[in-house]
Design a protein around this ligand. Sequence first.
Ligand SMILES: [Cu+2]
Length: 157
Amino acid sequence: MKLIFARTNILFIVKQFFKTCLINLVSLLVVFGLTISTVLANQTPQVVKISLGNTAGALKFFPEHLEFRAGQNYLLELDNPSPIKHYFTPKDFADASWTKKIPVGKVEVKGAIHELELKPEGEAQWFLTPMKAGTYKFYCSIAGHRESGMIGKIIVK
Ligand SMILES: [Cu+2]
């Protein structure tokens, strides 16, 4: 009788011990998860430079192919070194991304942006996080430019 009682007691203690271990493990994972998400939110953006044309007036983007990782923060640094204005139009990619901000002087433009117009020597910064994997196109929407080769491909993995 005594032996059975002692055995039950030990079993109870062992069970309690594992329960405590499990609770501690879960708390640890929660804290770890929160830390990771905080790190992601404050993660320094990876800089991607894109030129709209060149000084020779080529109707091309440099580079024409871009690759991103979903969930990673990016800073697109756009410039227009060409003698004429161009558009950077990555509509579907922009829809599949979260635009954090587009700083313009002392203003931060937020929300759904589809297109930027850059005048000669213009520069722009676009902070975004691609959210959905896929293949997207970007182009210049000035009549004739896209047809002449001002088009590029974006791959989000
Ligand atoms: Cu153009």
